[in-house]
Design a protein around this ligand. Structure first.
Ligand code: VGL
Ligand code: ZN
Length: 352
């Protein structure tokens, strides 16, 4: 194995590849068709297991960094650096977080009780017992008593003239547009029964939910004038919680999401997780929805945005990396390219 660096190609170095695969890319004006990646992979994945092991990766490096068939020697640290570049999103060594969204009394047995909500408590406990996450996060909907989302409070704020629903007629799940002093735009808000008021019984996590030591707790919806379905951002993307910073601090790569409700807070938390570049996996059977009709569209939106929806029975293979899904691998690769927007990258791939 090479232990020193040299600006000259080595005279002799083990080279299992009689022809240099990269030669055609050295010639000026070589056509770079879309098949080059598959061809490259097929060439170097000599044991055909779908992965490039260390030996195969060395084979690739020694052909790539060469002159007239003679490889340049790379130091171990250079090889490691190049490998880490490829693996910059920790594809081979993920750091995992589980976000348990709003498993609070009011969403299970209280004012905003979700159908079969209590049925997710034991699957979540099973997940906590079975898998060791690098970080477990419990989120709490944590509203002040005068919160904008409470139907009981609609008369406490000015209604925007554009609001179809007027204060006198507002009922649960209506969309009301408020005027908030200091903001030009009206604030669109679906109104809910009073729920998860700070320090009340309804805001407590379900008594049977297993609480891990060293977990992180994230309160959301604490500003009276704006709601927060996502555990990352408020609905107007005006202010962030500390969730992203805490995940970054621990170098989390893979975010698993479960809890209540799949069509509201789980959905927006998952979408923001995807947008922040985390490989995001929604554990379907550990979630329930407020509105049954919007459950499937929520899943679809998460999939389309680059997330994965899995059943609990798929969790073992995915967590242990026996099952690697290209959808989220692709998302990770895109993030490795500097977090560029998907269409930008597709354009680069097509036109290069
Ligand atoms: C939620 C409605 C209002 C949720 C929170 O946690 O899904 N839904 N506030
Ligand atoms: Zn709420």
């Amino acid at each position: 194995m090479a232990t020193h660096n040299s600006s000259q190609p080595a005279d002799s170095r083990v080279n299992d590849f009689p022809q240099n695969f990269f030669d055609k890319y050295r010639k000026s004006g070589a056509t770079r068709d879309g098949g080059k990646m598959q061809e490259c992979f097929r060439t170097f994945d000599t044991d055909r297991d779908g992965y490039l092991n260390t030996l195969e990766f060395d084979g690739l490096l020694s052909q790539l960094f060469s002159k007239r068939g003679k490889p340049y020697l790379l130091t171990d640290s250079q090889r490691t650096e190049l490998f880490n570049l490829v693996d910059s999103n920790k594809i081979l060594d993920p750091v995992t977080a589980l976000i348990i969204v709003d498993v609070q009394n009011d969403f299970i047995s209280g004012s905003l009780a979700i159908q079969e909500g209590e049925l997710i408590v034991s699957p979540i406990n099973n997940i906590l017992d079975t898998y060791k996450f690098d970080l477990v996060v419990y989120t709490l909907d944590w509203h002040p008593h005068d919160h904008i989302s409470f139907v009981e409070n609609v008369k406490k704020r000015e209604i925007d003239p554009a609001s179809k629903v007027k204060a006198e007629h507002a009922k649960v799940q209506d969309e009301v547009i408020f005027r908030i002093p200091g903001y030009e735009e009206g604030r669109i808000q679906t109104v809910w029964p009073r729920h998860c008021v700070q320090n009340t019984e309804g805001a407590k996590l379900h008594k049977d939910l297993k609480l891990l030591n060293n977990a992180l707790y994230i309160n959301k919806g604490t500003d009276p004038d704006i709601d927060s379905y996502s555990a990352f951002w408020d609905n107007g993307k005006l202010r962030q919680t500390q969730l992203e910073a805490e995940l970054r601090k621990r170098k989390v790569t893979d975010v698993y999401v479960c809890g209540l409700a799949i069509d509201i807070c789980v959905r927006f938390t998952s979408l923001d997780s995807i947008a922040h570049g985390f490989r995001t996996i929604l554990i379907d059977s550990a979630c329930k929805g407020v509105d049954q009709q919007s459950v499937e569209p929520s899943r679809e939106q998460i999939r389309k945005s680059g997330g994965l929806c899995i059943d609990i029975c798929e969790m073992g293979d995915i967590y242990s990396l026996v099952d690697r899904r290209p959808e989220i691998g692709l998302h990770a690769a895109r993030t490795a390219l500097g977090g560029k927007k998907c269409d930008e990258i597709e354009r680069r791939v097509i036109t290069q």
